[in-house]
Design a protein around this ligand. Structure first.
Ligand code: CUA
Length: 516
């Protein structure tokens, strides 16, 4: 009897302690970043500090150059000219590439505000069509490395302002530094290639939330975590303490057990009940808010398949990275072509299964512009962890644009896709539609056959016959992948019937042709 009474005497203060501990846990976990957190910041890019400062749009450059090829396309051209120096694995169309037009334009520095300043022959990444100021110290110069880089020439001690009006990699060398390159990309391609910001801020448990409604679900998480830790320590501690204190010792009789104890039983019923009701009420109201998007939201369609995302925006623009506006509710209407996937944006605290032949929804309210992680959180096969990966090894990202940036992205992106020549459009689609997840362009077999070399040749089929790999076979394979399949590959290719415009099909055919 005695020990139990002693225990009852302390349980009420412990109830208070529980609340205090919860409050402390919320405070500690909720607000302070854990100092010891591993923060693998971007391996410092070759880009000099100066290029990080100005926003890529600082110059207000909003116009698309005529027939601006994509960044990938540009790098292919550069690779073709510069041999192995640039763009590994994309120089296959060297023979057929037309000589590039001069794309570097000098502008007077007097009335131009440079978006980037390079003080010396340094590697850099710049937004296409923005003003780049190159200031060479005495004795240091920049000399173009090939035809594609014509115009990228700054003498020692000279300052020049240049505009790169086409995407691409512009190679140079100098008397002091062997080789370098300035990469010119569309401003939105610079955003998607930035290091994700998930690990800046936040704490040991979660990245910093940038969703307006995330605080509620975070509070729930920390409340449950804090309560669990508190009760685990309290109960395990009591078990250990009693085990030692009341262990069997020779010559001592066991004390009789108490029949019951009203105060103790009421306490251990009432306090957990209050906690559970609090958790239920808070969890339920939070859940209702999380699953109910506001009626006025930017709506984006999401199509997932093995192994890529396709985000379709209001004006028809499609991309495999998700671009959204800041301070605006975003609603996702999602479905899958094949198996279960799951949309997961950790900074938004949004994770929602994507199910074939059914629509599911998710919504969030981004509060801070940036580039964030976006992953598939449902095992969907071989390349699940690589969903949306590009040929450069970059994963799909979620870009929250500065005010006005989303509208600019939609306009610029729409303009880009109509202006590309077929093979460059095909190359863009090859990555944007996720073909690269299964088909290589370097001759090696992955989940599917490679795109290299085979065009125009007879290829073996699963039924033992052969087919000439021509325009018709490519088209049929896009629409009905299993109709005439190749041996040794799993029948996992999804159909693209109804999802490619005729112009896009021709683009893919032209691209595969260019790889022969
Ligand atoms: Cu898609 Cu995992």
């Amino acid at each position: 009897m005695k020990p139990i009474i002693r225990y009852t005497g302390t349980i009420a203060p412990q109830g208070v302690t529980a609340m205090v501990a919860l409050a402390v846990a919320l405070y500690v976990f909720g607000s302070s970043p854990v100092a010891a957190q591993a923060t693998p910041q971007a391996t410092p890019k070759a880009t000099p500090q100066a290029t990080e400062q100005p926003a890529p749009r600082a110059d207000g450059s909003n116009t698309m150059p005529p027939a601006a090829p994509s960044a990938e396309a540009g790098s292919a051209a550069a690779g073709a000219d510069a041999g192995s120096a640039a763009a590994a694995g994309s120089g296959a169309d060297a023979g057929s590439a037309a000589p590039p037009k001069p794309t570097i334009v000098e502008v007077p520095c007097d009335n131009a505000t440079p978006a980037y300043t390079f003080n010396g022959p340094v590697d850099g990444e710049v937004a296409t069509d923005s003003v780049v100021k190159l200031a060479m110290p005495a004795g240091v110069d920049v000399i173009p490395d090939n035809q594609n880089s014509a115009g990228l020439e700054v003498k020692a001690g000279q300052t020049k302002c240049l505009k790169f009006s086409n995407d691409g990699i512009y190679l140079f060398h100098s008397s002091t530094k062997q080789h370098g390159a300035i990469t010119s990309r569309q401003w939105y391609d610079i955003l998607v290639n930035k290091q994700v910001e998930d690990l800046k801020g936040g704490n040991f448990w979660m990245p910093k939330a940038v969703n307006l409604t995330a605080d509620d679900s975070d509070l729930m998480y920390y409340a449950v975590l804090g309560l669990s830790i508190f009760f685990f320590v309290a109960i395990a501690g009591a078990v250990v303490y009693f085990t030692i204190k009341y262990r069997h010792r020779p010559g001592r009789k066991p004390e009789p057990s108490a029949a019951h104890n009203d105060a103790l039983e009421i306490t251990w019923t009432v306090i957990p009940t209050i906690i559970c009701v609090f958790l239920f009420y808070y969890g339920w109201t939070t859940y209702v808010r999380v699953v109910t998007p506001p009626t006025k939201a930017v709506e984006i369609n999401v199509l997932a398949w093995r192994w890529n995302w396709q985000f379709t925006h209001g004006n028809g623009v499609q991309d495999s990275d998700l671009h959204v506006p800041v301070n605006t509710p975003v609603r996702l209407v999602m479905t899958s072509k094949d198996v279960l996937h799951s949309f997961y944006a950790p900074v938004m605290r949004v994770k929602q299964d994507i199910i074939p032949r059914r629509y599911t929804y998710a919504w969030f309210f981004p509060t801070k512009p940036g580039t964030y992680r976006l992953t598939c959180a449902e095992y969907c096969g071989t390349n699940h962890s690589q969903m949306g990966i590009t040929n450069d090894g970059r994963r799909a990202v979620l870009v929250v644009h500065e005010p006005g940036g989303y509208e600019r992205y939609l306009a610029d992106k729409a303009a880009q896709s109509t202006k590309l020549p077929p093979d460059l459009l095909g190359k863009l689609l090859y990555e944007k539609k996720g073909c690269n997840a299964c088909h290589t362009i370097d001759g090696t077999a992955r989940v599917g056959p490679t795109f290299q070399h085979d065009f125009g040749t007879m290829v073996p089929l699963s039924d033992g016959t052969q087919v000439k790999m021509d325009e018709n076979y490519i088209r049929e394979s896009l629409m009905y992948p299993q109709a005439r399949s190749r041996p040794g590959f799993p029948p996992s290719m999804p159909s693209f019937e109804g999802q490619l415009k005729p112009q896009e099909i021709e683009g893919i055919i032209a691209y595969i042709k260019s790889l022969k």
